[in-house]
Structure formats: structure tokens, C-alpha cells
Design a protein around this ligand. Structure first.
Ligand SMILES: [Zn+2]
Ligand SMILES: [Zn+2]
Length: 456
């Protein structure tokens, strides 16, 4: 066992006595000592000093300890100068070439040029600016190092994985001339030492934008046929779909094609009903494209292509590159945002102006309670949500119809606010106007992603 008074050099010769180590791995055991150099240089220097000590002992005529040093360095130290001296002095040693900490068949470090070549082949066709190299180390080599560190009480060693990642990263950098990026690399290259396999983790790209829905009857996301679940049946005429198109497909499919991504997902700030239009500035969304081959996009061009292919049904604008966190915020904030709607309301009986004013007054800065509407109960849990209504304005339209504009907290069910949904939403417009009311047309006209200042 190592004693506290032992120096790094004492430790090094004791370790080499027991284990064959290359320069890199010997140096790595003392990696945090001495800055501004490499592990290889550290190991080489330690061995050289030990060799000098051995040589000095030899010259002093202290044959037995000298032989011990030289035999160790020529054998487990794999040191050519020690081997030459050993031969000259007729000191027997074992010819060892396999380092205990980096070699199974071949040193993992010597494999690097070959690995870089494979990485280059794997990366073909991928457009990227930044990368990061990672690895899954050979468990046996990790165990070997842990064992030596415990046995010799080494506190300044560097793990194989981090030393290898650095070396491989440097080699990839030299070959590809791309930047290393630790926080958000475009591509992470992971080398599995045991399986000798390279895995690419191509990070997604995120594009923020706003969409308009200019035609009714389009769901936000692809809606499969409920009967066959997308396989195709008689009911859906083999299409596998309940609706032929969707807002997300109008946005995502052209982008998928251009970037050669494997998948896409549209994260939106809430959703409008299938039969509602999305007007005004549009609904904020973040388009996520998985494993894209092309990342360097012209977003003006993308916007043009999406709008052209959507043919007036859906429109996007304000596209800009974004991040995952924005997609997460969109979803989180959706129920806090303020939204504006315009609705056409059919009333069963004629409503007096006084009653309209009364309703406007009541629905000013008021909290309402909405139990999950019957029409969405199959996909949302049944509970009572409290929603804030900022403002309602009611105007007379043709016949018994009203035109209502609503400024409400995100997540408010407007159709139910109008009809009352058999008492599940309270208070409701129908309740206050004292006549059954039905929303016959609904448009979203504004979504505020940041809360306006109410005091202003
Ligand atoms: Zn080694
Ligand atoms: Zn079907």
C-alpha cells in the first residue's frame, strides 16, 4: 500500500512494477499535476526520470536496485531506451506491448485515425457547424484504472473517457474543420469502444413562427380514423384519416422535405377548434425537425413554399430559428395567455339591448367555472377549471343573431361560455341573456404571448 510520504515518482515505479502502462496512461494517472502539457508527455517524462535514477544507481555500482528500475522500465514501461540499456547490461526483461489501461487488442488511442475515418463516412450528407465527441468506454479498462487508483491512493488521475474524448475530438476537429460545441452542438458523435460502433445524435432544429388558419374544418394535428387507427378501412375510404389535412402537416411536411429530417412536430400555443379560424397575427408555434440533414435553411424561402403549398388554407409568417425551451414555454404559457375571439351567436329569442349591456357588464374581469365540456370529455379529464374573462362585447347581427367579441384567459371554452353546456359552464351568456344561445361561427383573432400590463 502507498504511504502518505511517498512521492509521485515512488508511486509511478511501484505501479509500473505491477502493471504495463503506455506513456499516455501513466501520465493520465497523474493528469491533474502540472498544467500546460499532455498526458503522453507527463508519462514520458516520469519514465525518463525513473530511467535516469536507474542509470545513476547503475553507475554508482548499486547493481540490484538499478536492475530493478531498468527491468521494470524495459518491460512494463515499454521504454525503448531502457530496453537498449537492459540488453547492453544483460538485464533480462519481459517484452510487453499491451498497456493495462488502454489496450484490449490494440490501444484505443491508436485506433483514433481509423475511427475518424468511420466518423467521416457516417457524417456524409449531414450539414452541421458544431459537434461534440462522446464515448462509451470499455468497462474492463475503466475497472482496471479504478483498481490502480484505489490501490495506490491516486487522487490526480483523469478518467479514460474524458482523455479519449479529448483526443478523438481533436482528431475530428483537425479532419473536418468544424467547431467543438459543449452546450448545444448540432451533432454529437458517440463512439462505443467495446462494440467499435459510432452513433450519431443529430440534434433537432427548432423554428418559431405564427400560423393563420383561413379555412374551417382543418384540425391542428393529423387526425387518424378512429375505427382503423390509421391503417385504412371502409369508413375512411382507405385513407386511414378522419380529416384529410391538418395545420401541422401544412407547416411541417415542406420543412421535412427540405431538411431531409426524419420526423417533425408542431408545438403550438394552444389549439383552435376544427371549425374555428385562426386570424389576426396568428398562433405562435415552434416547428421541431428531428435529425435534419440540412440545417442551413433560408426561412424566407421556407415560408414561401409552405404558404404556396397550403394554398390559402393555412399561412405562416415571422419564421425564425429558435430553441427547445421556446416550444416548452409556448405550451406552458398557453393557459395563461390572453386570447381574443369573435363569435356569431344564434339566440332562440330576441334579446333586448338592456340585456346585452347587462351581459357585457357582468362579463368584465370575472372568473367563470367551466367543467370539461361534453364534446371533449373523451380526451380531457373531467374537472372544473376557473378561467378569467377580461371583456365581452355584444352586437346585434341579422335576425336573432349576435356578434360577440371575447377577450379571455387561454384555455377558456368559448362555445360553452356561450351555451352554458347544460350548466357545466357558469355563468354563461345563455344564462344571463335568459335564452338558449349557440355559437355558430368562431374565429380566434388574437393570441397574446405575453401578458399585457393591466394597469396601463
Ligand atoms: Zn495505455
Ligand atoms: Zn379507417
Amino acid at each position: 500500500m502507498a504511504k502518505d510520504t511517498e512521492t509521485m515518482l515512488d508511486n509511478a515505479i511501484h505501479i509500473l512494477h505491477e502493471y504495463p502502462l503506455c506513456d499516455r496512461c501513466l501520465g493520465r494517472l497523474f493528469a491533474w499535476l502540472g498544467t500546460g502539457t499532455t498526458n503522453e508527455h507527463r508519462g514520458d517524462s516520469i519514465k525518463l526520470v525513473l530511467f535516469m535514477i536507474g542509470d545513476e544507481l547503475l553507475r554508482k555500482g548499486e547493481r540490484s536496485p538499478a536492475e530493478d528500475y531498468i527491468r521494470t522500465l524495459a518491460g512494463n514501461g515499454m521504454m525503448s531506451s531502457a530496453r537498449r540499456l537492459a540488453k547492453k547490461e544483460k538485464i533480462t526483461f519481459q517484452l510487453i506491448e499491451k498497456c493495462h489501461l488502454c489496450t484490449i487488442d490494440q490501444s484505443i488511442f491508436d485506433r483514433i485515425p481509423k475511427i475518424v475515418q468511420h466518423i467521416e463516412e457516417k457524417l456524409e450528407g449531414f450539414e452541421f457547424d458544431t459537434f461534440l465527441v462522446g464515448s462509451i468506454p470499455q468497462p474492463r479498462l475503466v475497472e482496471n484504472q479504478d483498481e490502480i487508483c484505489a490501490k495506490f491512493n491516486l487522487l490526480n488521475s483523469e478518467p479514460l473517457k474524458s482523455a479519449f474524448n479529448r483526443e478523438l475530438g481533436k482528431a475530428v476537429y483537425d479532419k473536418l474543420a468544424k467547431e467543438v460545441e459543449f452546450e448545444k452542438p448540432d451533432i454529437v458523435i458517440i463512439y462505443n469502444m467495446e462494440k467499435e460502433k459510432i452513433r450519431l445524435q443529430v440534434n433537432p432544429i427548432f423554428i418559431f413562427g405564427r400560423y393563420l388558419k383561413l379555412k374551417r374544418g382543418i384540425p391542428q394535428s393529423r387526425w387518424d380514423c378512429g375505427r382503423c387507427r390509421g391503417r385504412g378501412c371502409e369508413e375512411c375510404k382507405g385513407t386511414g384519416r378522419r380529416y384529410p389535412d391538418s395545420v401541422s402537416e401544412y407547416i411541417g411536411l415542406p420543412a421535412l422535405k427540405i431538411t431531409k429530417a426524419t420526423r417533425f412536430k408542431v408545438h403550438a400555443a394552444g389549439r383552435e377548434d376544427i371549425d374555428a379560424l385562426m386570424l389576426g397575427e396568428g398562433r405562435p408555434f415552434v416547428l421541431e425537425l428531428s435529425e435534419p440533414k440540412k440545417r442551413d435553411l433560408n426561412l424566407v424561402e421556407l415560408e414561401r413554399i409552405i404558404n404556396q403549398e397550403a394554398d390559402g388554407k393555412v399561412e405562416v409568417h415571422d419564421l425564425e430559428f429558435s430553441e427547445r425551451s421556446r416550444a416548452q414555454h409556448l405550451k406552458k404559457d398557453a393557459s395563461e395567455n390572453i386570447k381574443e375571439y369573435v363569435a356569431i351567436i344564434a339566440t332562440e329569442e330576441k334579446v333586448s339591448d338592456d340585456l346585452l349591456r347587462e351581459a357585457e357588464k357582468l362579463f368584465t374581469e370575472i372568473d367563470i367555472e367551466q367543467r370539461t365540456p361534453t364534446r371533449v370529455a373523451h380526451r380531457r379529464s373531467d374537472l372544473v377549471r376557473v378561467k378569467h374573462i377580461y371583456q365581452v362585447r355584444l352586437k346585434r347581427d341579422k335576425g336573432y343573431k349576435l356578434r360577440g367579441s371575447f377577450k379571455v384567459q387561454g384555455g377558456t371554452y368559448i362555445k360553452e361560455l356561450i351555451s352554458g353546456d347544460k350548466g357545466r359552464t357558469r355563468p354563461s351568456l345563455a344564462e344571463v341573456l335568459r335564452t338558449p344561445c349557440v355559437c355558430t361561427e368562431l374565429n380566434v383573432t388574437a393570441i397574446y404571448t405575453e401578458k399585457p400590463d393591466h394597469n396601463a
